[in-house]
Ligand binder design. Structure first.
Ligand code: KE4
Length: 425
């Protein structure tokens, strides 16, 4: 038996499904999850010594790949001075200066320890600031696992949410309206019906959690107009897109300024960091200045701040976005070109250095069309790549990522593995 399988068997006696986050358990792709031992650049090595070109990138944080020396050095240096104090430290302001330089809309901010916390706190703040109850989200978007966001669309016209998880009371789910992504008409309709009671709209400005789905023409502009017109807040969940698509995230790429922005993943350079921020007049409603409570023992942790600072300083200096986009365009076009002659129905959506290979012959423009993809065929695709030393996200409705550490040789190896795998599908 492989060491990985042994470790999995042991982990299952201690951790639920042997993992600390459900999607790592490989239930969507079958088989046992692989235990990793180390990573360097674009490569991960599992506990049995097998090497993989990594397109998971830890679900988004690793824009410079695994163990980038400047980030490791910064974290090591901070760690030697003490892991945590529970007091203010200078590095919190330093990271906040870098975040605000990239996201001027974040006039004031708070650091937390995950994207879930950032989105949960941003929505509590939006409700506290507006005095309203309803939240609007979009089917297929994921904003972490706080109760009010584990909600699916109601049937038909009834857009009030239903819980997608046990343990979420219906009363809470019903405070979330769920609309189709990229459907400006339904947004206008929802505001006509409920405008006075909507506290905020939260959206992934480029979706990553239904697989990669870009916003269409006026979608984000309509969200900005409708929220402004009705006194609701627009919240951009840039946990994936922040520092991924551009130095200033999706709000810079699409030219739409939200009222609140949530960040995560890259901003912590691989350490647990989330952030939320926006106009000072909104953010000042947070405790201890205002009545909206939010807190966290390890928020602004100095080691995580040091890793985030090193990451953002490297991004600001190198601005790798054009080359990342070119590389990812080459890879995704290559994958599409390999599918066509084999009669495989494949749609590849790409924005910047995030992409998804959907097994469908139709465009994927929202959660519903994404769900029409052949998840079983994706599972076989994933396993075929895995045995050839290429690690994609272990679920169809997720984003794959290219990092600054991926080389032309990595992409060639990947396209060869894809061609061979396509032969088996
Ligand atoms: P975390 O609490 O997992 O740090 O962030 C939640 C979150 C919020 N917003 C967006 C747009 C996100 O993508 C996420 C988390 N992403 C998932 C994968 N798509 C994390 C992987 C996991 O759950 O293990």
């Amino acid at each position: 038996m492989s060491k990985s399988k042994e470790l999995y068997r042991r982990a299952q006696t201690l951790l639920v499904a042997g993992v600390n986050s459900p999607v790592r358990a490989f239930h969507a792709v079958g088989g046992a999850p692989i235990f990793m031992a180390r990573g360097r650049g674009s490569e991960m090595v599992d506990v049995d010594g097998k090497r993989y070109v990594d397109y998971l990138g830890s679900w988004g944080p690793l824009i410079f790949g695994h163990a980038p020396p400047p980030i490791i050095a910064a974290a090591e240096k901070a760690l030697r001075l003490g892991a945590t104090f529970g007091t203010p430290v200078e590095s919190e302001a330093r990271l906040a200066e870098l975040v605000r330089a990239a996201f001027p809309s974040m006039e004031l901010m708070r650091f937390v320890s995950s994207g879930t916390e950032a989105c949960m706190a941003a929505l509590r703040l939006a409700r506290g600031y507006t005095g309203r109850r309803l939240i609007v989200k979009f089917a297929g978007c994921y904003h972490g696992h706080s109760d009010g966001l584990l909600v699916s669309a109601g049937s038909g016209a009834a857009t009030f949410g239903h819980p997608t998880s046990a343990g979420v009371p219906r009363e809470i789910a019903r405070l979330t309206l769920v609309l189709p992504y990229n459907d400006a008409t339904r947004v206008r309709k929802a505001f006509r019906s409920h405008g006075r009671d909507i506290a905020a709209v939260i959206v992934e400005p480029v979706a990553g959690n239904m697989g990669v789905v870009p916003p269409e023409k006026q979608f984000l502009r309509v969200l900005r107009e409708e929220t402004k017109r009705h006194g609701a807040l627009l919240v951009f969940d840039e946990v994936i897109t922040g520092f991924r698509l551009a130095w200033g995230g999706a709000q810079t790429v699409y030219g739409v300024r939200p009222d609140l922005t949530c960040l995560g993943k890259i901003v912590g350079g691989g350490f647990p960091v989330g952030a939320f921020g926006g106009a000072a007049k909104i953010m000042r409603r947070l405790a201890p200045l205002g009545p909206v409570y939010q807190a966290g023992t390890l928020s602004g942790n100095p080691v995580a701040m040091a890793a985030g600072i090193a990451t953002l300083e490297l991004l600001r200096r190198t601005r790798p976005y054009a080359s990342l986009a070119r590389q990812t365009a080459r890879l995704s076009a290559g994958i599409g070109a390999l599918a066509a002659p084999r009669g495989l129905a494949v749609t590849v959506n790409r924005v910047g250095s995030m992409f998804t290979v959907f097994f469908t012959d139709r465009p994927v423009r929202d959660g519903f069309s994404a769900m029409r993809s052949d998840a079983r065929r994706y599972a076989r695709f994933f396993q075929g790549l895995l045995k050839r030393g290429v690690y994609f996200p272990p679920a169809q409705l997720e984003a794959a990522f290219v990092s600054c550490a991926h080389t032309a040789a990595d992409l060639e190896k990947t396209l060869t593995a894809v061609a061979e795998t396509f032969e088996e599908l």
